[in-house]
Design a protein around this ligand. Structure first.
Ligand SMILES: C[S@@+](CC[C@H](N)C(=O)[O-])C[C@H]1O[C@@H](n2cnc3c(N)ncnc32)[C@H](O)[C@@H]1O
Length: 293
């Protein structure tokens, strides 16, 4: 397994907040994935032949089963610079609200939406998804594209999602999780470096989240392990970054935030290969009637 021999202990580095970290990553996020503005991994399938197709496939996988159409209202919780929201608006004609804790990303995402001709279908808001700033029963679907991992209290977050979903609405997520496997000391370092570079709380075992969804009152809870579909994307990013580091050990023009972010990506890939992490599609419905438990 390729490990970074210059690995620094995460504790020795300065810790910025999630919003500051992502603000510093803006340029990278606008470049990554080209016009798709993706800050997530692609999903490779039998018919996928490029990174772009894999990123698009991820967006469509996230929305699978939501039955989206022009009447649908969608919340993209933790929307980054708007890639998923814009792509879904273009593809399905849906109204999407993107919520981000990173204030500068609101204007960046809105500008891209205008340029892409879907400014009338999407709106971006600054806010914390832990305190959902929306009235009850606002959305047909709430989506988390690699952002649910940022919720420090999953039950509290999912109760908020339940509240803003219309009865019969769905919550869906594409995310990295922990597996059930016991974690070794070396793997604790992998986990800590992944957490640090992405500025997120510890990854939760996906199985615990299934139980939390049920506790929050969701039904029709489904899971699909997509680790093998994401692995080509994570592996390719790791190898490209490691080659870049070999050629330009100083990190070149990459900011400290970008280097830490890529260090997390490398470590996530290592953890995925070792079976420490998984990549899952999770989906759950708010019942059509009845109050939250
Ligand atoms: C890995 S990025 C994913 C961005 C986007 N979903 C995508 O796929 O391109 C994680 C995003 O979650 C956002 N985020 C993290 N914690 C949040 C919170 N408490 N409330 C709202 N957004 C949050 C970050 O600002 C960042 O944009």
């Amino acid at each position: 397994m390729d490990r970074d021999p210059d690995a620094r202990e995460p504790e020795t580095r300065e810790e910025t907040s999630v919003s500051t970290h992502y603000a510093e990553l803006t340029e990278q996020m606008e470049m990554f994935g080209g016009d798709l503005l993706a800050c997530h991994f692609g999903l490779w399938g039998p018919d996928t032949s490029s990174d772009r197709e894999a990123l698009l496939r991820a967006n469509h996988t996230l929305a699978t089963g939501c039955d989206l159409g022009p009447e649908s209202r969608v919340l993209d919780a933790g929307c980054g610079v708007g890639g998923t929201a814009i792509t879904l608006a273009e593809a399905y004609g849906v109204h999407v609200t993107g919520l981000t804790i990173c204030e500068p990303h609101v204007a960046v995402a809105a500008e891209h939406a205008e340029q892409r001709g879907v400014g009338h279908l999407v709106d971006f808001r600054h806010g914390d998804f832990m305190e959902m700033p929306f009235p009850e029963e606002s959305f047909d679907a709430v989506l988390n594209h690699e952002s649910f991992c940022y919720a420090p209290d999953k039950l509290h977050y999912l109760r908020g999602v339940y509240r803003v979903l219309k009865p019969g609405g769905r919550w869906q997520a594409l995310e990295g999780f922990r597996s059930d496997a016991p974690i070794s000391e070396a793997q604790q370092v992998i986990h800590a470096r992944t957490q640090h570079g992405w500025r997120m709380p510890p990854l939760e075992p996906w199985r615990d989240v299934i139980a939390t969804l049920e506790e929050a009152g969701f039904e029709q809870v489904r899971e699909q392990d997509l680790s093998s579909e994401v692995a080509p994307a994570t592996e390719s990013l790791r190898k490209r970054w490691q080659l870049f580091q070999f050629l330009i050990p100083s990190g070149g023009k990459f900011s400290q935030a970008s280097q830490e972010f890529m260090d997390a990506t490398v470590n996530y890939d290592l953890g995925l290969q070792e079976g420490l992490f998984t990549y899952h599609f999770l989906s759950a419905g708010r019942p059509t009637r009845g109050a939250a438990p």
